[in-house]
Ligand binder design. Structure first.
Ligand code: C2E
Ligand code: CA
Ligand code: CA
Length: 588
């Protein structure tokens, strides 16, 4: 190209000496130019669009393996080699340049090389226009970007695929769902999202180690992949959660068919190394866009349905339906209103007497939350406490309870001369707060309350999450003067082994136990045994949920120390407690 320019100058010049000089200079320049071309990592090219003549430097051959023949239709030849998925991109980029939307022609595409594999090329060029603004000449470079693309692919893979199972990760799965929602809405098709959560996987991890757990996850990933069709997507959502997108389903039956197969498979054991392990899965299913066209709502639906499946006894599947939908609405309404409950002064604490079983006098009270919501009416703690735990609101609420109990203890002490012992319920979530004990001590000392007047009720289940840490917290509380009761005994693990290791003062036998005692002789014997055992360990026994005289007599005869229940009193406002104690502290 440059050579041509110099020849042009030569023609114009009449002086021969000058001509030789220029010729020499031009040859030098051409040599340098060719050196640049040869030395460049890129292939250089020029396309004369008017004659369809193409010049490409030799580097082209080393990139692609093809030798250029002067007479061949190079552009036509190259078009036949471009990957079909990239052709439209190449053309669009050219049109954009031709239309003046961009200042330089740039495009990336794959080309089939002589060796029959694909290489990625980056082409860059600028053009020369004629008077009618039509491009008549294009010139630029061709770079082999295969290596860069491979690295990019690897980075992309890492960002979108789970390293352990090689399944699409949460980001990619969410992306796919978003696209499918749009597509199916438009095409009037249906898809299903299956939210699959392994049952008791934590136990396997805890007992056999993380490496073993990882092996199991890999096996499950493989099984899921082969259980679904090519058109479906199986992804890992995190931990032991998988998400399956079934595309273009005709009816619910398509999904049921697959889920039944999975349920059957999870009945068998999996072989890992020398050992066999058993796990099962609970699945929640939502159909889209029927149930919703909002990805977040769909995931909430599937998650709620999955929890229903777990509640129904695990290794089951459950479709999202109107009932679950209403439960979700109620839950989100409660969550919304609960956030304002403290500020709106909607919370109250009632107190239920704990009665000495022989003397029938009040020896303490249990603080029980009451919530009278302006929006939702009176809501049972059985309903709002789990929601408060799930959302973390229990931390604030729990602190509010401790503060208010302290104030009440002080009021009783100062105004009524009553030293009342109060039991406060503590949730698992509160125990996970690193500063839990510190906060309690601060509140109690700020209110100048004797810590011996406060007992904390903790359930066995909440301690089981991290038994060592749980024991540390209990010891800390005890060394500060507080006492501890193990709540709901008889509903959870009811492990007698743990009972020995826990630093507790009182054992609260759950109402469900009491309910059975009067009808079941075996349960009666068991209760007797537990009470004896507790006494041997120097623990007091509190029986809760005693509603009838018959139950009271039975429990008294079994030597339980303290009785709590409707038989004596329901939980009542503090004024009522005052009356009970001040008038005559004795139940008949
Ligand atoms: P819980 O700690 O097992 O409390 C005993 C529950 O049994 C209370 O229900 C009480 O009103 C009820 N109860 C007592 N005696 C009888 C009886 O004779 N018959 C019947 N049918 N029920 C009886 P409540 O007040 O509805 O509280 C339910 C649960 O909510 C509590 O169970 C506790 O787990 C939780 N809770 C209540 N207040 C708090 C709190 O301040 N913090 C935390 N974390 N949880 C609380
Ligand atoms: Ca309790
Ligand atoms: Ca209880």
């Amino acid at each position: 190209m440059m050579l041509k320019i110099y020849l042009l100058i030569i023609k114009k010049n009449e002086n021969t000496e000058e001509l030789i000089l220029i010729k020499k200079e031009s040859i030098e320049k051409e040599k340098r130019y060719m050196l640049t071309i040869d030395g460049s990592n890129d292939a250089l090219w020029e396309w004369d669009l008017e004659n369809n003549n193409v010049f490409v430097s030799e580097k082209w051959t080393s990139i692609t393996g093809y030798i250029i023949n002067k007479d061949m239709d190079f552009i036509g030849f190259i078009k036949g080699l471009i990957h079909e998925d990239d052709i439209s991109n190449v053309c669009n980029n050219f049109n954009n340049y031709n239309d003046g939307k961009v200042t330089c022609y740039q495009t990336e595409f794959r080309i089939r090389t002589k060796n029959d594999n694909y290489k990625w090329l980056f082409v860059r060029a600028k053009g020369l226009q004629n008077e009618e603004n039509k491009i008549i000449r294009l010139a630029g470079s061709i770079t082999d970007i295969t290596y860069r693309k491979e690295i990019e692919e690897e980075i992309k893979h890492k960002a979108y695929y789970d390293a352990l199972t090689n399944l699409p990760n949460k980001i990619l799965v969410m992306d796919i769902i978003t696209n499918r929602i749009k597509e199916f809405k438009h095409n009037k098709k249906q898809g299903a999202i299956i939210f699959l959560d392994l049952d008791d996987f934590k136990k396997i991890n805890d007992t056999s180690g993380h490496h073993y757990g990882d092996q199991l996850l890999k096996i499950i990933a493989e099984i899921l992949k082969i259980s679904f069709d090519e058109k479906d997507t199986v992804g890992r959502f995190g931990g032991d959660e998988f998400l399956i997108i079934m595309n273009d389903i005709k009816s619910k039956e398509d999904v049921i068919l697959k889920c039944d197969i999975l349920i059957d498979m999870f009945k068998k054991t999996f072989e890992i190394g020398e050992r066999n392990v058993h796990t099962s899965a609970s699945m929640g299913i939502t159909i889209f866009p029927r149930d919703s066209d909002d990805i977040n709502k769909l995931l909430i639906n599937a998650d709620a349905a999955m929890y229903k499946a777990k509640d129904n006894g695990k290794n089951k599947y459950c479709f999202f339906d109107e009932k679950i939908s209403n439960e979700l609405k109620r839950k989100s309404e409660i969550e919304k209103n609960l956030r304002q409950a403290i500020n709106e002064h909607e919370l109250e604490i009632y107190y239920q007497p704990q009665v000495d079983s022989n003397k029938k006098t009040i020896v303490g009270v249990e603080a029980l939350l009451r919530w009278n919501s302006k929006e939702s009416g009176s809501v049972s703690p059985y309903e709002f406490i789990p929601i408060a735990e799930e959302t973390g609101l229990i931390n604030n609420i729990g602190e509010w309870v401790i503060k208010n109990v302290c104030k009440q203890i002080k009021l009783w002490e100062l105004n009524c001369k009553i030293l009342m012992k109060v039991s406060i319920n503590v949730s698992t979530v509160q125990l996970q707060d690193e500063r839990f004990v510190e906060k309690i001590k601060q509140i109690v000392s700020l209110n100048d309350v004797d810590s011996r007047l406060i007992e904390f009720e903790i359930t066995e289940t909440s301690l089981m999450n991290n038994i060592d840490k749980g024991i540390d917290i209990l010891n800390e509380l005890k060394s500060s003067g507080f006492s501890i009761a193990l709540d709901d005994f008889g509903t959870g693990y009811s492990s007698l082994k743990y009972l020995k290791t826990l630093p507790i003062d009182n054992l609260k036998i759950d109402k469900s136990f009491v309910d059975n005692i009067t009808i079941n002789k075996k349960d009666e014997e068991m209760a007797k045994g537990i009470i004896q055992l507790a006494h041997n360990m120097n623990l007091n026994v509190i029986v809760e949920g005693v509603e009838t005289k018959e139950q009271y007599d039975l429990m008294k005869n079994m030597k339980s120390d303290i009785i709590q229940g409707y038989y004596f009193s329901r939980p009542v406002p503090p004024k009522e407690i005052e009356k009970m104690i001040l008038i005559e502290n004795k139940f008949i």
